[in-house]
Design a protein around this ligand. Structure first.
Ligand SMILES: Cc1cc2nc3c(=O)[nH]c(=O)nc-3n(C[C@H](O)[C@H](O)[C@H](O)COP(=O)(O)OP(=O)(O)OC[C@H]3O[C@@H](n4cnc5c(N)ncnc54)[C@H](O)[C@@H]3O)c2cc1C
Length: 457
């Protein structure tokens, strides 16, 4: 029997989710081949251990966004449940500003004065009037106008009546944005502000490590998974199928497919050559539309004891260091465990600039930011780890224009109708976004298969 052959490029969450959904929804037999350049699956979901300790921490994606209280339809939560993965709730509502904790409006008033607190309240009203919880959940750039999706969040912030309120806001959302306000849009800036409000969404992690998500997906796949296969180029064969050329430890090979899905983030996308003048031009245009790099830097430190216990509320808080960064209590992910781990998530220009510093310097830098009442903790440090993610996330997900979902996922309908792309950069730079993208493409291919079933040979 002749079957549909589908090639998937990238073994991160996007590639794995596409394979999983396609295998589930295709009514006819199919053969999926998944190419991954590195020696592991999971991409930017990464839960390593320290070298000298048993403790784990999140080096990439930190948390999952939970929309299930708005709507029964929360595909990521459904997937986590389908895979039988246990979750732990995450929460954090406070910021540490100049050494003092700011957790509510009274703290804000006391700390910054009434005009600044009023300016923050006015901004909060503006944000909530602009995007309702339901609109936030749907987060579909297709429904937005171009001015809302183009860079300009800095102009909105400039309208805040109080400079100290404006600075506080910038710092508060800096590590979620991973970019500076002028690099992102009004829509995405407001989205990152509102995500801190539980009426809009809640947060969770996977108990025992977020990396269990890609691991469990991979375990269930029938696909032929090829690790250490870097895709070099994609093109069209003379018979009209799509060809994929890979490099496996110096050995080049070419394979042809009925459909190909490029499940690569925008920064890896540029390293694949698209053969033929037309395809090269279309893919260059696609890349330019979404080429808005944003940056992360993660420094994680294990300590001898939890010296912050009872003195830092929740699973994380915001610090006013490095333009605004997030301090995670990594130990809170594994309740009951004795590990004592803090993680600093630094974003935007600070992450990019600081990435040039050595690991030792960075560990020293983050320990300097411990609030005064916790400063003694630096003497309890046991081991630090650094992960650099320069250019790895997107400052303007959804692109410069409000393109339709079809247009975003199929760059060249006329000449290469079976070449698809999947990525969080097409939605909102999150795992929820990459799943929406993966499921959209998987459904599309499944329906193409149903329309053109293969005839038994
Ligand atoms: C520090 C950090 C924190 C984050 N925090 C969150 C968070 O809290 N919540 C959230 O929802 N999201 C978060 N994200 C974003 C989340 O990690 C991404 O949405 C998700 O990883 C995107 O999946 P992907 O498969 O598109 O890309 P990736 O995860 O980057 O996977 C792409 C894969 O493709 C492989 N590849 C690259 N080039 C080739 C090639 N030529 N051939 C074959 N394979 C190739 C790579 O090795 C990789 O395995 C965070 C990201 C970072 C970096």
């Amino acid at each position: 029997m002749s079957v549909w052959k589908v090639g998937i490029i990238g073994g991160g969450p996007g590639g794995l989710m596409t394979s999983f959904a396609l295998e589930k929804w295709a009514n006819d037999p199919l053969r999926v081949t998944l190419f991954e350049a590195s020696d592991r699956l999971g991409g930017k979901i990464l839960t390593p251990r320290f070298d000298r300790l048993r403790a784990t921490y999140e080096a990439g994606a930190a948390e999952f966004y939970d929309y299930s209280h708005h709507d029964d339809d929360d595909p990521l939560k459904d997937l986590v449940q389908e895979l039988g993965l246990p979750i732990t709730r995450m929460e954090g509502a406070s910021a540490v500003v100049r050494g003092r904790t700011v957790a509510n409006l009274d703290d804000l008033r006391e700390h910054f004065g009434s005009p600044a607190a009023d300016a923050l309240l006015a901004f909060d009203r503006l944000a909530k009037d602009a995007i309702t919880p339901q609109e936030f959940y749907e987060a579909n750039p297709e429904g937005l106008s171009d001015p809302l999706v183009q860079p300009g969040f800095d102009r909105l912030l400039a309208g805040i009546a109080s400079p100290s309120a404006c600075r506080y806001l910038e710092q508060f959302i800096h590590s979620d944005l991973a970019a500076e306000p002028h690099q992102t849009s009004v829509a995405y800036g407001l989205h990152n502000y509102l995500m801190n409000d539980p009426a809009y969404m809640e947060l969770y992690g996977i108990a025992g490590g977020n990396e269990q998500l890609p691991r469990e997906l991979a375990r269930r796949l029938a696909a032929d998974v090829r690790l250490n296969h870097r895709v070099l180029s994609v093109g069209r064969t003379t018979s009209g199928t799509l060809s994929v050329t890979t490099d496996h430890r110096g050995q080049l090979a070419e394979q042809s497919f009925d459909a190909v899905v490029v499940a690569l983030p925008h920064d890896a996308f540029a390293n694949v050559a698209f053969a033929g003048e037309q395809l090269a031009a279309v893919m260059a245009d696609h890349h330019a539309e979404y080429d808005h790099p944003a940056h992360y830097l993660r420094v994680t430190v294990a300590f001898r004891e939890k010296f912050w216990q009872g003195r830092l509320a929740g699973s994380f808080c915001m610090l006013d260091a490095f333009g605004g960064c997030c301090l995670y209590d990594e130990s809170s992910r594994n309740p009951g465990s004795s590990q004592a781990v803090l993680g600093w998530l630094i974003g935007g220009d600070a992450a990019k600039t600081m990435s040039g510093r050595s690991d030792d310097e960075l560990i020293h830098d983050v320990l300097d930011t411990l609030p005064t009442h916790l400063a003694h903790g630096r003497y309890l440090e046991m081991e630090g780890r650094v992960h650099r993610w320069v250019g790895a996330v997107n400052a303007l997900p959804g692109g410069l224009h409000a393109r339709t979902l079809d247009r975003r996922h199929r760059p060249d309908p006329a000449k290469h109708p079976h070449l698809f792309v999947v990525g969080d950069y097409l939605f909102d730079s999150t795992l929820n976004g990459v799943l929406d993208s993966a499921e959209y493409v998987a459904r599309w291919i499944a329906s193409l298969m149903a329309d053109c079933p293969r005839v038994p040979a």
